[in-house]
Design a protein around this ligand. Structure first.
Ligand code: SAH
Length: 271
């Protein structure tokens, strides 16, 4: 899967992507992250990427021209000097699909990281992991010129209800969450299946050696080797901690009859 990142601060990305699972995934060609410096698409002497806001007020706003040119160049869309309407953008994207990646290109998500977007979660990660290529646009300062959002961006994602200084950490968060859902990225092929949020529940607790630490023993059942029993215990633990920590999730989760019975039996203890 290919990530095309557009940023004013490309240096932020390598330290994270050159380590651990992200590094291995890149080396094995499972993900490819291309980081594009928006500043490279400016043409004035000072390489201006931002300007003061119309109407006054503090802060700076990212200018439209370099952002349009950067994304259009990398995706092979029309030249940046023509004004792009939504209709011509679709056309360009379709044209592009003829000589590069067929059909899927016209659905390349151009995602703006913004605190005003839909709030990122595991199902959005799953949805995005189906695309062979996505664009991540990182804002800085007060944000971007609204025309970028209106006429270039196709999706807006927030990583939570708080405001950061830039979209770079949010972009890395998306890359990480999406990459670990791709086949072969995790060492254990079932690794992502039980994860918190994957099934609408929080994951059961984990223990490793030693079996006793400072007098604290691990749950007996985990030492029995009885898989059915262990599975049952894990399911119950997942239900229990979701009930305690995230009852909102439990209300939406798909539960079996047995799950529901267990949850009912625990409710009085939790409250
Ligand atoms: N003035 C803007 C916030 C700008 S923050 C507003 O009130 O909406 C600067 C940049 O940081 C944004 O353009 C965005 O790319 C990024 N950013 C900040 N908080 C974010 C969040 N919660 N999720 C995703 N991106 C965020």
């Amino acid at each position: 899967m290919q990530f095309e990142v557009f940023t004013l601060l490309p240096e932020i990305f390598p330290p994270y992507l050159d380590n651990s699972i992200m590094k291995r995934a890149r080396e094995r060609g499972l993900i490819n992250v291309r980081v594009h410096n928006i500043r490279d698409y400016t043409h004035d002497k000072h390489h201006t990427t931002d300007d003061t806001p119309y109407g006054g007020g503090g802060g700076m706003v990212m200018k439209p021209e370099p952002v349009f040119e950067a994304i259009e160049t990398v995706l092979g869309l029309s030249n940046s000097t023509t004004e792009i309407t939504d209709a011509s953008r679709t056309e360009n994207l379709q044209e592009n699909s003829v000589d590069s990646v067929p059909s899927v290109v016209n659905t390349i998500p151009i995602i703006l990281l913004t605190p005003q977007g839909r709030v990122f979660n595991q199902s959005i990660a799953k949805e995005l992991s189906q695309h062979p290529r996505i664009v991540l646009l990182c804002g800085r300062y007060e944000g971007i010129d609204e025309r970028i959002r209106e006429h270039l961006v196709t999706d807006e994602i927030s990583i939570g209800d708080y405001v950061l200084t830039g979209g770079e950490l949010p972009a890395l968060i998306l890359i990480d969450a999406i990459a670990r859902l791709l086949p072969d990225v995790l060492g254990d092929p079932t690794g992502a299946e039980d994860d918190s949020h994957a099934m609408g529940l929080l994951e059961y607790p984990h223990y490793t050696r030693p079996p006793e630490f400072r007098g604290w023993k691990i749950p007996e059942v985990l030492l029995t080797g009885a898989h059915a029993k262990i599975d049952k215990w894990r399911r119950e633990q997942a239900l229990l901690r979701t009930l305690k920590k995230r009852p909102d999730m439990l209300a939406k989760a798909e539960l079996t009859k047995e799950d529901k019975k267990f949850v009912e039996s625990q409710k009085s203890k939790v409250e």
